[in-house]
Design a protein around this ligand. Structure first.
Ligand code: HAM
Length: 414
């Protein structure tokens, strides 16, 4: 017996409707905001991720799925979605008309220690907006994230937001943070000691609770921001207020990837980030493109679905409509004809394919969630009138053969 790889999950047929409801919400909200879909390969040159995510991040240091292809090129399964979209943006010259707003739904691979809400393969709905340095761009993106979450029924996730400044104010802040980390060196974890030397900002993203506690008294970025970064952040927060979006301005929020500039944010369920993103104005140039201001987010679909389940949020579910049950073998051909007619007018329909008894066919229809069962037997073949049972209350309507499929269509839509 070969088992599923550690840290991965099958999406089972009984759960498919939840994923479909999420994907439908993505498509609905994307259309409202004129956001177009993009798909990029599941693997890319490993260099793409080394150059974009940052070599001091956990993702690049410990979590990439790396392999050499047959021509000995170093490749990686994508550990996040932004870098591949940016590679495609540059390579396909997508920036001719700006702004450009893109979304994707894709699988992501990180070799993490599996635990609740943390998988080695997970799925993200991501959005990446290209072209504007203005705070309205950040606001438009966060509004889209809020509308998506609201469409699914979430209204209680906490928006945490911060600014990590531009490269010049961050350099000063990093120096201050490095000094602070050195002063408390004996109290922090080994990873944070290493971060203090390489990229002090990363320490604020440490998952060790004792480190997090100590960092509450770390120097604050707000004391080091330049005037432009300060004004940008103020305008973003004002825009959130104008749009009725409540937030917590959390100065220790830094996120786990290095490409961010200025705004970073997360929608959280308790301590667990369900959706996170921010501005990344330097990434395009860093990967060989033109200077290009951008904002984006990624939403973990597994985390989103489990947060919905915890809250009792129900997902839309389209039930199958008409099961056409055969009472005798002679009726089976008629059943197949009726099923094709129903399908051709857009009604989901099925008939028995297993040679089941009438009782077993009803049991199957009930288990599958069929809303109606039409029965065809000897007497119905003679009279040309078929009973259509509504499964929710057991009521029966008589449908004349000449009225199929329209009579059934109006009965199922009643
Ligand atoms: P991220 O915060 O690393 O950002 O991931 C985005 C979301 O993916 C998280 O908030 C979480 O819901 C989910 N997620 C991350 N890792 C796991 C995991 N191991 N298991 C389950 N879910 C997970 C990014 O990936 C950025 N590319 C987001 C972005 C787009 N920033 C700008 N544009």
């Amino acid at each position: 017996m070969i088992n599923i790889p550690k840290g991965t999950k099958d999406m089972l047929p009984s759960q498919a409707y939840k994923w479909q409801a999420v994907e439908n919400a993505v498509k609905r909200i994307a259309a409202l905001y004129n956001v177009k879909q993009i798909r990029t390969p599941v693997f890319e040159s490993a260099d793409l991720f080394l150059r974009s995510i940052g070599d001091s991040t956990d993702i690049v240091n410990k979590e990439m799925y790396l392999f050499n292809d047959k021509a000995n090129r170093r490749m990686a399964l994508r550990p996040e979605g932004t870098a591949g979209v940016m590679r495609s943006f540059i390579e396909n010259n997508l920036g001719e008309t700006l702004p450009l707003k893109l979304f994707y739904i894709e699988s992501i691979y990180r070799y993490e220690q599996p635990q609740a809400g943390r998988y080695r393969e997970h799925h993200q709905f991501g959005a990446e907006f290209f072209g504007s340095p203005l705070p309205v761009f950040d606001i438009e993106l966060i509004c889209m994230a809020r509308d998506f979450l609201r469409d699914l029924g979430f209204c209680d996730l906490t928006l945490r937001i911060n600014t990590i400044g531009c490269s010049s104010c961050r350099a000063k802040y990093n120096d201050a943070l490095r000094g602070f980390l050195h002063s408390i060196e004996d109290k922090i974890c080994g990873d944070c000691k290493r971060r203090a030397a390489v990229n002090p900002l990363r320490a604020l993203d440490c998952k060790v609770s004792s480190c997090r506690e100590i960092y509450k008294s770390a120097p604050k970025i707000s004391e080091y921001l330049c005037d432009e970064c300060k004004a940008h952040h103020r305008s973003v927060l004002d825009g959130l207020d104008e749009n009725g979006i409540r937030y917590v301005n959390d100065e220790n929020l830094v996120r786990g990837l290095d490409y961010y500039t200025r705004t970073v944010f997360e929608f959280c369920d308790g301590d667990m980030a369900v959706l996170g993103g921010g501005r990344y104005d330097g990434l395009c140039e860093q990967l060989g493109g033109k200077p290009m201001p951008c904002v984006g987010f990624g939403c973990g679909i597994e985390r989103l679905i489990s947060a919905a389940e915890e809250r009792g949020i129900a997902f839309d579910r389209a039930l199958p409509q008409v099961f056409v049950a055969a009472q005798s073998d002679a009726a089976r051909r008629e059943c197949r004809g009726i099923v094709s007619m129903l399908r051709s007018c857009g009604i989901s329909a099925e008939t028995d394919l297993m040679g089941k008894s009438l009782k077993a066919q009803f049991k199957y229809a009930d288990r599958q969630g069929y809303t109606h069962v039409l029965t065809v037997g000897e007497s119905e073949l003679e009279t040309g009138v078929y009973p259509l049972k509504r499964m929710s209350d057991g009521s029966v309507a008589q449908i004349a053969k000449k009225d199929i499929p329209l009579g059934i269509k109006s009965a199922v839509n009643d």
